[in-house]
Ligand binder design. Sequence first.
Ligand code: NAP
Length: 336
Amino acid sequence: MSLGPNRKVVLAARPEGMPQASDFRLEEESPASLEDGQVRVAVEVVSIDAFIRTTLEEVSYHPSVALGGTVMAFCAGRVVESRAEGFAPGDEVHGPMGAQTLAVVPAMLVQKADPSRAPARAHLGVLGATTGLTAYMGVRHVGRVEPGEVFVVSAAAGAVGSLAGQIAKLDGARVIGIAGGPDKTRYLVEELGFEGAIDYKGEDVAARLRELAPDGVDVFFDNVGGELLDVVLDQIREGSRIVICGAISQYHGDMSQGVRGPALYLRLAERHARMEGFAVTHFADRYGEAEEALAGWRSSGEIRLDEHVEKGLENFGETLRMLFTGGHTGKLLLEI
Ligand SMILES: NC(=O)c1ccc[n+]([C@@H]2O[C@H](COP(=O)([O-])OP(=O)(O)OC[C@H]3O[C@@H](n4cnc5c(N)ncnc54)[C@H](OP(=O)(O)O)[C@@H]3O)[C@@H](O)[C@H]2O)c1
């Protein structure tokens, strides 16, 4: 079987601030031979996730990528060669395979999709750990939203945010999304049925939030952090829950040295509120429950996740930048 070379995205330089296309380089290599227990996967689609940015730092919560190393990413594709029991050419798989065309990985690192339930690609989105499962855990097990409560979510038109808002709606909450630009706020209200949406780039968020939620916020699902977190903290109700899912406004730099924290954290004491952070992996024992619920809502059409698809491994750097400039709506993917 002639496979051709593996093309991979390697880290050429550690980004200073916002990643640049020049921080990455495409390299080609002859396909490695397979060892026992390994599979070779033809990667079809790469999930563009915020955690990738943090792996580019020398010190990171997620394992750091070495200079010259292949950039880590979750991917979906098809097995083309297998020396692992239970895996055969043609199987659809997903897992952390890295930004490359022909990944050689231990089979235990990837999972087979069941195409009769959902394609492998759905495991990067609605059924993905970094997307659907994160939204589910944050809403159900951290925020624990109740019917009739006011649920506010930031980065609301993105992958995690759009799903978190929809799950909270299914749980009976009044959902308000915060996102950048009028197209996104229109999308949230008209397409996803959120009760309200605030354009943080063009509107006074504090004033609009007061209008939309005059009695205050019960649950804030925060993906952004920084200044926006303070604006919402100032309007929380007694007994509210602040879910720290992420802080995408704070990822450009050495996070081990600290990020901008909330100046108004005393609102928590004043209003007997709770702020709780989580990584989806803390809820690994609940993945089955979440997948079952998400797969059901996906097939019944009760939730949707739009995709923004870019193409070509050579566009990896530009596509990663889009996650921070907000050029996409829904799940950002790179087809290769
Ligand atoms: N806790 C966990 O285990 C876990 C797992 C996965 C992801 N996450 C977190 O979930 C969040 C969303 O991730 P995602 O993959 O779904 O990405 P996403 O929401 O699809 O994309 C990120 C969005 O963030 C917004 N944004 C970027 N920079 C911003 C800034 N400085 N201020 C305000 N908004 C900004 C942009 O939308 P606008 O156009 O609206 O600005 C962009 O579309 C991230 O914080 C990520 O770290 C957490």
